[in-house]
Design a protein. Structure first.
Lengths: 114, 110
């Protein structure tokens, strides 16, 4: 069974530029999560989708971050414009139904904003 | 105060030692996860538990709901166990969120 795929694996941009990350969850998983993990900290939930609807985006900085999950499968996370403090690893995870189940994580996208 | 606290933050052990990592939380939970993160970022779920104890190979996880505390034990540690171990709790109630601790960096020396 293929795992959660993410791309790119690494990205370096200058502040005020835009960047987009892509995630393909495990086939059949209804729930998809985007996390931000700053160095030395645990992951922080940015947004949770159930199929193509948003369940929780309370910690998403909506002035610069946006995410979508068209057709309830793949998802993209965008930052526009990026700030220095956005440097982090962006993790995508999926689970079969919801939060109470095992989440399967992708390898992450490491973003460096200069 | 963070909702999920882990200790220690860093732990260095010799191969073969018995290791314990602790997790304390301050909110009501429905379940707790232990996760392993290797260099490069990949995270693997080790356990999800809501009571008692679970064992998988050399790993044992326990939880005491009344004391709001969980421990992850590694028996006969090996250098390949070197990773960051993260505790995460699922809050109870209607707003079920997964809140992560900041992780414990474990280094097992040969």
């Amino acid at each position: 069974e293929a795992g959660v795929a993410q791309s790119p694996r690494y990205k370096i941009i200058e502040k005020r530029q835009s960047v987009a990350f892509w995630c393909n969850p495990i086939s059949g998983h209804a729930t998809l999560y985007w996390y931000q993990q700053i160095l030395g900290q645990g992951p922080k939930l940015l947004i949770q989708f159930q199929n193509n609807g948003v369940v929780d985006d309370s910690q998403l900085p909506k002035d610069r971050f946006s995410a979508e999950r068209l057709k309830g499968v793949d998802s993209t996370l965008k930052i526009q414009p990026a700030k220095l403090e956005d440097s982090a690893v962006y993790l995508c995870a999926s689970s079969l139904v919801g939060v109470g189940e095992t989440q399967y994580f992708g390898p992450g996208t490491r973003l460096l904003v200069l | 105060k963070n909702e999920v606290e882990q200790s220690p933050q860093n732990l260095t052990a010799q191969e073969g030692e018995f290791i314990t990592i602790n997790c304390s939380y301050s909110v009501g939970i429905s379940a707790l996860h232990w996760l392993q993160q290797h260099p490069g970022g990949g995270i693997v779920s080790l356990f999800m538990l809501s009571s008692g104890k679970k064992k998988h190979g050399r790993l044992i996880a326990t939880i005491n709901i009344q004391e709001k505390h969980s421990s992850l034990h590694i028996t006969a540690s090996h250098p390949r166990d070197s990773a960051v171990y993260i505790c995460a709790v699922i809050s109870s109630g209607s707003a079920r969120q997964l809140t992560f601790g900041s992780g414990t960096q474990l280094t097992v020396l040969p």
